[in-house]
Design a protein around this ligand. Structure first.
Ligand code: OAD
Length: 255
């Protein structure tokens, strides 16, 4: 069995407040492609860049809605992988765990993570583009049977996907939780994120500055900036279960 670096194992084993930050790479092994780096959808796939903005929605709301509906269907057909399951298990092994994801899927929840902070919103939380009223499919409006996008039941404006688009602010509550946790945690594991989209990208650096140990798990090489920063290179679905088994071997002993 591959032995992971001792300081990494110890940081997780001794952590009193562990912050796990996930990005698209954590859902790759569930069949959902990343946006950038290895296992990304590639340049030919219909782009996030063209669809993920308020301007695109204003210009062609039906096309943007349909693009997100396809993503929602892909997520519904996907299952949590070993990385999601390992993160859910970790929440029962450390005194405090904050899970922050940039992903708009619900795979952490379905893997059993009790609380998930969605920094970029979720595909399933559609809301009115004008009055922000949450949208629920009603008796008279069902997917595929109505206007696209559907209309708000309160004000009749177009309903929009519940995700954060480029140029938009993060949801206030989630942003506050994330920035508080980053100051309070003693260890941060950053899983499957390219670290290119702000402000989420600044969280590992801020945790380092606040004195935490930072561990990156990524299929690509990560440039390290401090003595308490480590990188484990490989698939999250292989490395996270390994990490837990080595940090908490007593929980995995055969009885
Ligand atoms: P990216 O697609 O930018 O980065 C995914 C990272 O995961 C890359 O560094 C890959 O090398 C790595 N990766 C791929 N497969 C992996 C695996 N099996 N195990 C470990 N790592 C793997 O995703 P994010 O950083 O999450 O925004 O992207 C940030 C934001 O940009 C997204 O939330 C989205 C996008 O535009 C919104 O939707 C608002």
């Amino acid at each position: 069995m591959v032995k992971l670096p001792l300081p990494v194992i110890e940081a997780i084993r001794q952590s009193q407040h562990l912050l796990v930050l996930t990005g698209a790479g954590v859902s790759v092994e569930s069949g959902i492609p990343a946006f950038r780096g290895s296992n990304s959808a590639g340049p030919d796939s219909p782009g996030q860049a063209e669809m993920a903005s308020a301007a695109a929605f204003r210009e062609d709301p039906a096309a943007v809605w349909a693009w997100y509906e396809r993503r929602l269907q892909n997520v519904a057909a996907a299952l949590p992988n070993a990385a999601h399951t390992a993160i859910a298990a970790l929440s029962g092994l450390v005194p405090q765990l904050t899970l922050i994801t940039q992903n708009v899927d619900d795979l952490h929840e379905r893997a059993g993570s009790p609380t998930v902070v969605h920094l970029h919103g979720t595909l399933s939380a559609s809301r009115c583009s004008i009055c922000n009223q949450p949208f629920k499919w009603g008796d008279s409006q069902r997917p595929g049977e109505t206007q696209v996008p559907p209309r708000c039941l309160a004000c009749n404006a177009a309903v929009r996907p519940g995700v954060v688009w480029f140029g938009e602010a993060l949801p206030e509550r989630e942003e506050r939780i994330a920035f508080r946790a980053v100051r309070d945690c003693d260890c941060l594991i950053s899983v499957g994120t390219s670290g290119l989209v702000q402000p989420a990208a600044s969280l590992p650096r801020l945790a380092l500055l606040a004195g935490a140990t930072v561990i990156h798990i990524n299929t690509e090489r990560i440039a390290l900036k401090g003595p308490k920063e480590y990188a484990l290179r490989g698939n999250a679905g292989e490395l996270l279960p390994l990490l837990i088994r080595q940090a908490f071997p007593e929980c995995f002993m055969a009885s």
